[in-house]
Write a protein that binds this ligand. Structure first.
Ligand code: DGL
Length: 284
């Protein structure tokens, strides 16, 4: 019997360029798959925004990607996965994979006594998405979370080996280090780039869980189960909502190799331009 094939692309989105760490893992796991990536560089960061705003942005981007005929959506952004996954699943006809559940599952599998840590943006930590997902999988687990707002700008600045980053990480990890963890979830697109530093600070005994890599594996499994894998040739398209300074350098550090052409979208082509402008009445 012929193996079913689906040559449509996988849609991937993030608040910016960080989601390219997940794309890198997706390419490793599924080299024959085409990918359409959207990075919302016009509106990042998401990590300090509210649930409503991140959900609205996520639905708008999903609409943009669905119009490009994707077969599934990978939400690479941890903040968007924390806040908007249920809304996306409710509203989209294609299957949606977030980073939270796959990373929680991997962390539980690597923690014999359920001592798990989570690092993330302030929004991801405030959402409690990771502790809630872990509690469903391992009700007795204890979870320590730490918001690390300064990591993203420093990583984007390329200060990965800088002593300032080490000093800040040491401060952020005080509670986490005291908790004698077995596994630590890197709950942000950017953190895989500083895995060697975190490993160094935490020691051999703590397993680091890359949420993007786990989500890429979950996507591979989903497509395999649904008989929707593609046989190549892979075609990758990258869209950004705005240009940004040094984006080539930053993108390449996340992707691990030179980036093919990027399209900066004409904002009038984006679904959010179709919303009528809110009318504010003053003095009424
Ligand atoms: N991509 C975001 C995340 O993984 C980090 C950057 C941001 O705050 O927008 O949560």
């Amino acid at each position: 019997m012929p193996v079913p094939r689906d040559s449509r692309a996988i849609g991937v989105f993030d608040s910016g360029l960080g989601g390219l760490t997940a794309v890198r893992e997706l390419c490793r796991a599924l080299p024959g798959e085409s990918i359409v990536y959207f990075g919302d560089t016009a509106r990042l960061p998401y990590g300090t925004k509210s649930r409503d705003t991140v959900t609205r942005f996520s639905l708008e981007i999903a609409t943009f990607l669905v119009r490009r005929n994707i077969k599934c959506l990978l939400v690479a952004c941890n903040t968007a996965s924390s806040y908007a996954l249920e809304s996306l699943e409710r509203r989209l006809e294609v299957p949606v994979v977030g980073v939270i559940e796959p990373a929680a599952r991997a962390a539980v599998a690597q923690s014999l006594h359920g001592r798990i840590g989570v690092l993330g943006t302030p929004a991801t930590v405030a959402s409690r998405a990771y502790p809630d997902a872990i509690a469903k999988l391992a009700p007795g687990a204890s979870v320590i979370s730490s918001a690390c707002p300064l990591f993203v700008p420093l990583i984007e600045e390329g200060w990965i080996d800088h002593p300032v980053l080490r000093e800040i990480a040491t401060e952020y990890l005080i509670e986490v280090r005291a908790a004698r963890l077995e596994s630590l979830i890197l709950g942000c697109t950017h953190y895989p780039l500083i895995a060697p530093l975190l490993h160094d600070l935490l020691g051999e005994g703590v397993q680091l869980v890359d949420s993007g890599a786990e989500a890429a594996r979950a996507t591979a499994l989903l497509l395999r189960e649904r008989g929707q894998l593609a046989a190549g040739p892979a075609r990758h398209q990258f869209f950004l909502s705005d240009e940004r300074i040094h984006f080539q350098r930053i993108a390449e550090s996340f992707l691990g190799h030179e980036l093919p052409a990027i399209t900066v979208v004409d904002q009038t082509d984006l679904p959010w331009f179709e919303r009528p402008m809110a009318i504010r009445e003053s003095g009424a």
